[in-house]
Structures are given as C-alpha cells and as structure tokens.
Design a protein around this ligand. Structure first.
Ligand code: HEC
Length: 163
C-alpha cells in the first residue's frame, strides 16, 4: 500500500503532459462516468457488457428492451429491486445508467422510438420496489404482454408486411 501511495505524485505529474501520447488502446484513458457507474454498481452481477451468462441474473444484453413496449414493463425495469433499491441515490444518475442499459446494451431488443427514462419517472417508481411472492411469474407475464405489444407495433410500422 505504502508503495502505491508513494508512486502517486509521480503518476499525477504524468497525467497531463504538455504533449499527451496517444492511448495505446484508443479511448482507454477517457472513462465515461455513466459506464463507470454501471460497472461499479451493476456490472458485478450483470456483467461488464450486460452479459451475465448462465446464472440466475437476467441477461441485459440484447434482452432488456423487450420489456419496454408496455407502460407496465417500462415501470417494471425501474421497480425491480436491483434498480429501485440501488445505492445510486441520485435519480438523474440512475436514469442515465438505465438509458445506457436500454440504448447501449439493449441493442435490437429496445423498441424503436423508446423514450429515455427521466429523473422524474425514476423518482416516482423507485419508491415502490417490486416485492411480490410470485415475482418470476409476474415477470414472465409482463414480458409476454410486452413482447406481443412489440410485435404488434412492428407489424403496424410495416403495413402489408406478412409478419
Ligand atoms: C446483486 C446482484 C445484482 C446487482 C448488483 C444488480 N442487479 Fe439487476 N438484477 C439482478 C437479479 C437477480 C435480477 C432478477 C430480478 C430479481 O431477482 O430481483 C435483476 C434484474 C434486473 C433488471 C430487470 C431485467 C429482467 O430481465 O427482469 C434490470 C433492468 C436490472 N436488474 C438492472 C440493474 C441495474 C441498473 C443495476 C445497477 C444499478 C443492477 N441491476 C444491479 C441482480 C443484480
């Protein structure tokens, strides 16, 4: 520990050289605060890229957006305990993390035209963490309703499409 601390002044002195050397990995020194918040508060369970693998933690990558075609699904994603009870206490910051999840990790699963979460929505919904005995059943039912709403609106967007 003492070794690390004593190195710090040298590191800090190097942090802003007059002519910054290009990053060996492009962008590696530019840490996006929203991603960092996701990584530190959510990534431990959900995976650094939203891929939680074969665990009981749901996959966010290319999946999470499937809930967002109904108002109840949109609300569910905020009320789920990992989100509503998160130690990210600032509503705007939590909205930013959720929008990162929806737009960056959700991929194709996020419906076109999805409106970003606002701090006001987060503020209201997080006060009601979803806590029901039949949680997994409720989640499955909500997902099914949202998926059919997604399908319906995609079919409407392409009139004449056979499906
Ligand atoms: C301790 C592990 C853990 C952490 C940390 C965690 N989650 Fe989760 N998350 C889960 C589990 C498990 C579920 C499934 C629902 C449940 O059992 O609560 C879940 C469900 C979700 C869902 C709903 C997805 C679905 O398919 O049902 C979202 C969205 C979500 N988490 C986002 C987040 C965000 C954002 C954070 C950070 C602020 C976070 N989670 C932190 C474990 C975690």
């Amino acid at each position: 520990m003492a070794g690390v601390v004593s190195l710090l002044p040298g590191v800090l002195a190097l942090a802003e050289p007059a002519h910054a050397a290009p990053d060996a990995v492009p962008g590696a020194t530019h840490l996006d605060p929203v991603r960092v918040t996701y990584l530190s508060h959510c990534g431990g369970c959900h995976g650094i890229e939203g891929r939680s693998g074969n665990t009981f933690v749901p996959m966010l990558r290319d999946h999470v957006g499937a809930f967002a075609c109904t108002p109840e699904g949109r609300e569910y994603l905020i009320r789920v305990p990992g989100v509503s009870m998160s130690l990210i206490r600032d509503d705007q910051e939590l909205a930013n993390v959720m929008n990162f999840i929806m737009f960056e990790l959700g991929g194709e699963s996020t419906p076109p035209g999805f409106k970003p979460y606002t701090a006001a929505e987060v503020h209201v919904w997080r006060q009601h963490p979803l806590s029901v005995p039949d949680f997994m059943q409720r989640r499955a039912d909500m997902l099914a309703r949202s998926l059919s709403a997604c399908q319906a609106s995609r079919a409407q967007a392409k009139p004449g499409g056979a499906g």
